[in-house]
Design a protein around this ligand. Structure first.
Ligand code: EPZ
Length: 421
């Protein structure tokens, strides 16, 4: 298992380019199953979750060819209708073949994903959506078994107890594009990744309107065709790099980002005293002092993204005062806190609230990554801690960041990856 060795204390300076969005690419790859023609996705990030998704597409029988960052997918059929447990257990987003297989072939068997470090991650809203479209949905032997002669359009609300569901909105959108009639999703999630998915589906010939709002309308069509697409930049990677710039009191130009997808994040950086200038697809982030205390409450888009909560907890752990961070989306997304406290942070958890009393400095330690964004938080803490920090189990990080150590090193950080077989 790989680990990072980080020697902290150096401000990040320079220019870095953001990759395409993992959370846009994953459903878009699933959507390629909706047509027998070839789809081309450009600038695909080289991430473990993407490799897992491509393995899953091959497992159901799609042809997948990768050359550099261009992925070509062709699924003429017939396809296996089952997404196997040994792949889905590695990545929850394996459920993104459910909607496409059911929508195109009228049947799909997808393993229920395994547990996840950040919470129970139920799929009830996905199943509610498929049932609303006329599918018979059963849970058998750890698999979701969904069948329908022909899906028909319906009105369905996807508002869950924790707000709208990104995954369920994407899955129902993909199931509905080939159904008979019109589907209206109420309480849809509004994330930019769903707007990107809708754009890709419409390039294939679908008729999706309203993506990015709480009401999405899909008029079913008879079939879909080829499409070429370059996904949007990864707003979470951009936010992670911006937090790293502020944390290390550096000055970083972040290229290929969409500041309009980061409005609440930029606002929090400015409240913390960072200087953030945006121009087109570039964001310049700098800071000269420890951050001012800031309160953060995660919410679905356009609120503050839960996927940046851990990274901003690391930033505010050296704040000049006390910050309150409330996690409203996932019930166990503070796994990074214990490790940050081992580095000298003073964070108390009280239910879904973290009270962060800023300290002057963090000290290096050997810490353990636990999930994707928690590992990013620990890497950021290592950048500013005095001495040598080791972050173990970097495979968590590799799921969602492409060679993050190279990007940070190009900005002057002393970080190296050590592979231990
Ligand atoms: C997507 O996960 C992202 N993953 C997550 O990013 C992100 O944190 C999350 O959306 C919220 O923005 C991908 O896009 C691959 P949800 P998803 O369905 O779709 C509850 C990362 O770090 N819920 O929007 O699984 C759920 O438990 C990952 O890149 C139900 O109750 O999230 C959660 O509390 C982590 N029933 C809330 O809704 C359901 O059927 C939001 O979940 C589905 C979800």
């Amino acid at each position: 298992m790989d680990r990072f060795i980080i020697r902290g204390g150096r401000p990040l300076k320079g220019t870095v380019t953001v990759a395409s969005s993992k959370n846009a690419v994953l459903p878009i790859l699933g959507a390629c199953l909706l047509t027998e023609e070839e789809c081309t996705i450009r600038n695909v990030p080289q991430l473990e979750d993407v490799r897992t998704m491509l393995r899953l597409l091959r497992a159901v029988g799609a042809g997948v060819s990768v050359s550099g960052r261009t992925v070509r997918i062709r699924a003429p059929g017939p396809l296996e209708k089952q997404a196997p447990y040994n792949i889905v257990r590695k990545m929850r987003a394996g459920y993104y073949v459910l909607g496409p297989l059911l929508g195109r072939f009228g049947e799909a068997r997808v393993s229920l994903p395994g547990g996840c470090a950040i919470g129970s991650r139920p799929l009830d809203l996905h199943l509610k959506g498929m049932a609303a479209l006329g599918a018979r949905v059963e849970l058998k032997h750890g698999y979701i078994d969904a069948r329908a002669r022909k899906l028909r359009g319906a009105q369905v609300s996807l508002e869950g107890t924790k707000g709208p569901s990104v995954g369920a909105t994407a899955n129902v959108m993909m199931a509905a594009v080939l159904s008979k009639g019109e589907t209206v999703i109420k309480g849809a999630a509004c994330e930019p990744e769903l707007v990107d998915l809708a754009e890709f589906l419409n390039k294939m010939g679908a008729r999706v309107e309203g993506a990015g709002t709480a009401e999405v309308r899909i008029r079913g069509v008879a079939q879909l065709g080829r499409a070429v697409h370059r996904p949007i930049p990864d707003r979470i990677e951009a936010g992670t790099l911006a937090a790293a710039a502020a944390l290390t009191r550096g000055k970083v130009k972040i290229r290929n980002c969409r500041p309009e997808h980061l409005v609440t994040v930029i606002d929090k950086l400015r409240q913390a005293g960072a200087v953030v200038e945006t121009r087109g697809r570039t964001m310049l982030v700098s800071a000269r002092a420890r951050p001012k205390p800031v309160n953060i409450s995660t919410a679905s888009y356009p609120g503050f993204p839960t996927d940046l909560q851990a990274q901003f907890t690391a930033l505010l752990s050296i704040g000049r005062g006390t910050s309150i961070i409330t996690e409203n989306i996932f019930e166990a997304r503070f796994m990074h806190v214990m490790e940050l406290n081992r580095m000298g942070a003073r964070i108390d958890i009280n239910g879904n609230m973290a009270v962060v009393q800023g300290v002057e400095r963090l000290c290096s330690a050997q810490v353990m990554a636990s999930d994707l964004r928690a590992s990013a938080a620990l890497v950021l803490a290592g950048l500013v801690a005095q001495g040598k920090t080791e972050v173990l189990r970097i495979y968590h990080l590799d799921r969602g960041y492409e060679r993050l150590e190279k990007k940070l090193a190009s900005l002057g950080a002393q970080v190296e990856r050590v592979s231990s077989g």
